[in-house]
Each structure stands twice: as C-alpha cells, then as structure tokens.
Design a protein around this ligand. Structure first.
Ligand code: DGL
Length: 258
C-alpha cells in the first residue's frame, strides 16, 4: 500500500492511536504493525526497545509508507528522531507533553506509564524543556497493561489496583495526568474514579491533531484502506482489533516475521 502512514505498537494499545488517526485523517491509508510476539516492551531495557524500534521502522519501510507513528510510549521514549532522516517518524512523547502544558493551570502534571517509559523520564525532560517551571510527578503502573490485555476495564480488581497506584497523586495536587501508555485510555473510567477532577491527556487524540496539521485533509471521495499486521496472531489481538477498529474497516489481519 504505497503512500500509507505506518503505525506501530508493541501490541494492541496502539490500536487506540490508529483509531484516532483513521477518523482525523480520512484521506489517508494506514499500515498498522502490532509486535505482539515481543510484547511487552514496557518491561524491557532501553537497548532492547531501541533495537525493536529500529527493526519495526525498517520493516514498515518495505510497505513504502510516507511517515511513521510510533504509537507506543515505551518505544517513543527511546526514539531519536535524527536517526531516521529519510522519512518523518513521530513519537507520542512531545505531543503529549505539549497537550499537558496547554491543559494545566497550576503547573503540576503527573505522568503514568510502563517501567520503561518512567525510567527514561522522557516526559519529564520534554515538559521541563518546554516550561522549566513545571512540576512533574511520575508513577510507573506495570499492572495496567495486563489488566487491559485481559479486558478488565471496569472490574473491582482494576479499581483496587488503580487506587493503589494513583492515590498518592491526590496528595500532590496535580490538575493534569498524562496517560503515558497507549493501553491506558481504555482505563479512563477507573482512573476518573480516583482522580475525578484531573484532566486526562490521551496521546492518541493529540498525535492525530498533529498529523492532521502535517497532512491537511480535503473533502474527497476516498475509501480508507487499513492493513493490520502482527508478529503473533492471537485470538486476543483479533478481538481487540474488532473492538477498537470495528470489523468492516480493515483487511484480514496478517502475521508477519520481522
Ligand atoms: N503500548 C505500550 C506503551 O505505550 C505498553 C505495552 C508494552 O509494555 O509493550 O508503552
């Protein structure tokens, strides 16, 4: 599919980003890669994640994509844009940080993410580069990804775990929370129960706005084509594609080797 936009994540979390991109950019086609065989990235070392990132970008180039969106915070946090000069590669960190700065009134922002994202402190770096007066509180939430993968979006166990991770943020008076993992938008409801007055920053929305500015959409007849690839085609991945993207929108899921 020549001229499509490539999107990848370690697995299914990036489907929330793909969905936002599909609605914001109706004139564009997409190739999505879920690296399900090597999931989770969030528990891996920066060196390993960097290797996967490079391999996924090289792999997507075979599809003649015109741009790539790294729809994974763990991978975005080790992305060095200057390493990929021949085509634009967008990560989710910078757009998420910019949106948080627009949203915060008291300049106290919290970031939640995988261990990999939090240990890289890439949001802290991006936020403080844009505004040195910003106070940033970080919290790794390693149990959130398996909860989402199990589909336990609204479950007593989920409420308990969300409370355990996020309750300390209530005492530091943050008014904005960056959902620094593409799985987390699926936990907005239990997160809102613990932090009802905090604005949630969903990077899938923000990155879609940024790409729209780069690829202006005109009103034209276009049947959007979406190709979904994965490195391990599990029933769980298929169910998630159906739930998030909807059955009619994509060609059959294809298993690929990277
Ligand atoms: N989607 C990944 C992220 O945004 C989390 C899943 C994983 O650990 O691979 O960080």
């Amino acid at each position: 599919m020549s001229g499509a936009i490539g999107v990848f994540d370690s697995g299914l979390g990036g489907l929330t980003v793909l969905k936002s991109l599909m609605s914001a950019l109706p004139n564009e086609d997409f190739v999505y890669l879920g690296d399900t065989a090597r999931l989770p990235y969030g528990a891996k070392s920066p060196q390993t994640i960097q290797l996967y990132l490079k391999q996924n970008i090289e792999f997507l180039k075979n599809y003649n994509v015109k741009a790539i969106v790294v729809a994974c915070n763990s991978a975005s946090s080790v992305l060095k844009q200057e390493s990929f000069t021949e085509l634009p590669v967008w990560g989710v960190i910078e757009p998420g940080a910019m949106a948080a700065l627009r949203a915060t009134k008291n300049k106290k922002v919290a970031v939640i993410g995988t261990r990999a994202t939090i240990s890289q402190a890439s949001y802290v770096e991006a936020l403080q580069r844009l505004d040195k007066n910003i106070e940033v509180f970080q919290q790794a939430c390693p149990l959130f990804v398996p909860i989402v993968e199990e589909g336990l979006y609204d479950d007593p166990l989920t409420n308990l775990i969300v409370y355990r991770y996020l309750n300390p943020l209530r005492t530091v008076d943050v008014d904005t929370l960056i959902l620094g993992c593409t799985h987390y938008p699926l936990l907005k409801t239990p997160i809102k129960k613990v932090l009802p007055f905090v604005e949630l920053i969903d990077s899938s929305k923000v990155i879609a706005e940024q790409l729209k500015a780069h690829f202006p959409q005109t009103e034209m007849e276009h049947t959007q084509k979406v190709e979904i690839l994965c490195t391990d085609n599990t029933a769980q991945f298929q169910a998630m594609v159906n739930l998030v993207i909807g059955g009619d929108n994509f060609m059959a899921i294809q298993k690929v080797d990277i």
